[in-house]
Write a protein that binds this ligand. Structure first.
Ligand SMILES: Cc1ncc(COP(=O)(O)O)c(C=O)c1O
Length: 388
């Protein structure tokens, strides 16, 4: 085996995109504080303003009815909106219900562990055996809650593209929920850019959150769009930067990197990516016969880069190391922050109790080639032959 290492963990974090990397190498990276009044500060402010305009334009949004602000990433975005809605409800003497499913990202599910006040409750949304939200049943439950408490405000989380499985829960399906007054949909759009065909079409939701490091931009920065009909109460207050929406010195390099990386995503060949993922999946399915399986196949609509699979008898701790030693850097999908294998909530939900710690995720690059795929397949066949 040659020891070329292939990075196949794009859902955890992606390498810098070509334009971001070239821009950093050029050295023409503005450093000044955009709040400063001198010409260097003004140049940083100009960079931010131009990048903001580009980001609005990529997603077909406009400043008149949509607010855009930057934060450190989607985790902060979600906590910000939980806090903001809690304040909105408290100040208007109402109750708030925060909804999410157990299979959502921990950034959403951990909101249930956070004390946001006696007027805030959480509700676990139902999902079915295809890992789709059961919108009809969820609608019924929410309608009952609203009938019992007509003043109730609802913050409804929706994970658009699942980070472990790549399964898409389409935004258009959320339309039925809009019949409930005072229900606001927060879309976790983190895994959408560059991995699904309609990633630029931010429809139906009221709020959309993104993390820049998932699509080729720098780490430590993300952004959210929200409809201006939402009353917003910032989580982070201080010097009043970003018109008070999120205080703290702004990050012009991070913001510019978002603009550049989004422009690069436009040239992705999505058909080719789907074709490569499907080809790899077919091979993997054959190789896993009798010794494992592919979880993400339960999804009706899938993204272009993710395969979530398992071995019947080998924990992901062991198999990850074996993949790494043989040049494939993949992930367990549900690893905790220390990297140790954790039982997958997804696999438990689907009834794979015994195998729940054996899940593995391949998440392919935005741009890959047939020759790269051949190399991946050769390495996988070799690894599986060792396991057998
Ligand atoms: C679907 C999804 N939502 C939210 C997050 C949280 O993003 P961050 O860690 O950048 O705050 C992630 C990160 O893995 C994710 O995949």
């Amino acid at each position: 085996m040659d020891q070329e290492r292939l990075y196949l963990d794009f859902n955890a974090t992606s390498p810098l995109s070509r334009s971001v990397s070239d821009w950093l190498k050029s050295g023409e990276v503005l450093f000044a504080n955009p709040s400063s009044q001198h010409s260097s500060g003004k140049a940083s402010r100009k960079l931010i303003n131009e990048s903001r305009a580009q980001i609005y334009s990529v997603f077909g949004k406009n400043e008149k009815d949509t607010q855009l602000f930057f934060h450190s990433g989607a985790t902060e975005g979600m906590i910000t909106f939980a806090h903001s809605f809690s304040e909105w409800a408290r100040l208007t003497g109402k109750e708030l219900l925060i909804c999410y499913a157990k299979t959502d990202h921990p950034a959403a599910t951990s909101l249930g562990e956070r004390y946001l006040g006696p007027h805030v409750k959480c509700l676990e949304l139902l999902i079915d055996q295809n890992l789709e939200y059961d919108h009809d049943k969820n609608l019924q439950v929410l309608q009952d809650k609203k009938d019992n408490n007509p003043e109730l405000i609802i913050l409804y989380h929706h994970l658009w593209v699942h980070n472990e499985t790549g399964i898409i829960n389409p935004l258009s399906d959320l339309k039925i929920l809009k019949s409930i007054p005072d229900l606001y949909i927060h879309v976790d759009a983190v895994q959408a850019p560059g991995k699904i065909r309609d990633w630029k079409m931010l429809e139906v939701g009221d709020i959309f959150s993104f993390s820049a490091h998932k699509f080729g931009a720098l780490k430590g920065i993300g952004f959210s769009f929200y409809n201006k009909n939402i009353s917003f109460y910032p989580l982070i207050s201080g010097g009043g930067q970003q018109n008070g929406l999120r205080s703290g010195t702004e990050n012009p390099q991070g913001i510019k990197s978002i603009d550049l990386a989004l422009q690069d995503l436009k040239s992705i060949d999505m058909d080719q990516n789907y074709h490569l993922r499907e080809t790899l999946e077919k091979t993997l399915l054959k190789e896993l016969k009798g010794i494992g399986g592919i979880i993400s196949k339960v999804g009706k609509i899938r993204n272009s880069n993710t395969i979530y699979f398992y071995f019947n008898k080998h924990s992901s701790d062991i198999t990850l190391a074996l993949f790494d030693l043989n040049g494939l850097q993949i992930s367990a999908g549900s690893a905790c922050s220390s990297g140790a294998a954790k039982a997958s909530i997804i696999m438990n939900h689907l009834g794979f109790k015994e195998e729940a710690k054996n899940g593995l995720r391949i998440s392919l690059p935005f741009i890959s080639s047939e020759s790269q795929l051949t190399s991946i397949i050769t390495k996988i066949s070799f690894i599986i032959s060792k396991l057998k």
